[in-house]
Design a binder for this molecule. Structure first.
Ligand SMILES: Cc1cc2nc3c(=O)[nH]c(=O)nc-3n(C[C@H](O)[C@H](O)[C@H](O)COP(=O)(O)O)c2cc1C
Ligand code: SF4
Ligand code: SF4
Length: 245
């Protein structure tokens, strides 16, 4: 079983790839909304957590899901943390969260993929990411083998991860999101938001919560690039994992 969270499809792709090993995938944001927080796997089964690093740590709603999770019978628990450059202290912070739930994180594997953080700096669009996407497939092959071998490691960084998470928590305001006249009212931004922070009013999106998970799904996945975040994103590319619907 694999629990995943994804804003722009990288982690979703990784979860689907690894599901070839482990079977079922569960969207943590969806499970939270539906209150599905209790899982019993087959005795000794591998359980994975696949999600993007945010500011070197773990973002909402992964934290919220893990804090409420009841998991029984897992034999090997791993994380695959997608990132533009490195997973920082996200593995350590997840290990700390899981420990409170009585679960040991056996390993955390970084998976470098294209960066989606256009709110803060320039990123590449998917068509310019061929090499990075091919490299991700090679990394996934290697990670799969290591998961199959049930490799274990001591996962440190819980304290650093808690500090990094405080930085992430300071960046969650939705104030700078806005929509331009390009909007065609398709509703995609509303449907992809994992935390219900976007709602269509008179055919245009409104950010109805003061804070969100900052997954970048709305701004990256709008089909006509009608969403902006302050002035800086007007000239920046959008990124979505190629196969994501
Ligand atoms: C708010 C935010 C913070 C991020 N912080 C980091 C970071 O600290 N290090 C890093 O390498 N990538 C960082 N990224 C990049 C994403 O982790 C990376 O692109 C990830 O693969 C996106 O996964 P997804 O497509 O499943 O949402 C950040 C992205 C966002 C939106
Ligand atoms: S996804 Fe883009 S075009 Fe569709 S409703 Fe949202 S802002 Fe408008
Ligand atoms: S408002 Fe946009 S960036 Fe924030 S969580 Fe929703 S989809 Fe992600």
């Amino acid at each position: 079983m694999i629990f995943y969270f994804s804003g722009t499809g990288n982690s979703r792709h990784a979860a689907e790839f690894l599901a070839g090993l482990n079977g079922e995938i569960v969207d943590m944001a969806g499970a939270l909304r539906e209150g599905k927080l209790s899982y019993m796997v087959k005795n000794g089964e591998s359980v994975g957590f696949v999600f993007p690093v945010y500011c070197g740590s773990v973002g909402d709603p992964i934290v919220e899901f893990v804090q409420k999770l009841e998991l029984k019978n897992a034999g090997y628990v791993y994380a695959v943390i997608t990132c533009g450059a490195g997973m920082g202290a996200a593995g350590g912070y997840l290990a700390k969260l899981l420990k409170v739930r009585g679960i040991t994180l056996d390993n955390a594997y970084p998976l470098v993929m294209p960066d989606n953080a256009l709110l803060y700096y320039n990123i590449k669009k998917a068509s310019e990411c061929g090499e990075a996407l091919r490299s991700a497939e090679n990394q996934l092959d290697q990670i799969s083998s290591r998961i199959n071998r049930r490799e274990k490691a001591q996962i440190k960084g819980g304290t650093k991860g808690a500090i990094f998470r405080k930085i992430y928590l300071m960046m969650l305001s939705t104030k700078k999101f806005c929509v331009t006249d390009k909007c065609i009212g398709c509703g995609k931004c509303e449907s992809v938001c994992p935390v219900g922070a976007v709602s269509l009013k008179d055919g245009k999106p409104v950010w109805v919560k003061d804070k969100c998970a900052k997954c970048t799904g709305c701004i990256n996945r709008c089909p006509v690039q009608a969403i902006q975040y302050g002035k800086a994103t007007e000239k920046r590319s959008r990124y979505v994992y190629p196969d994501l619907k």
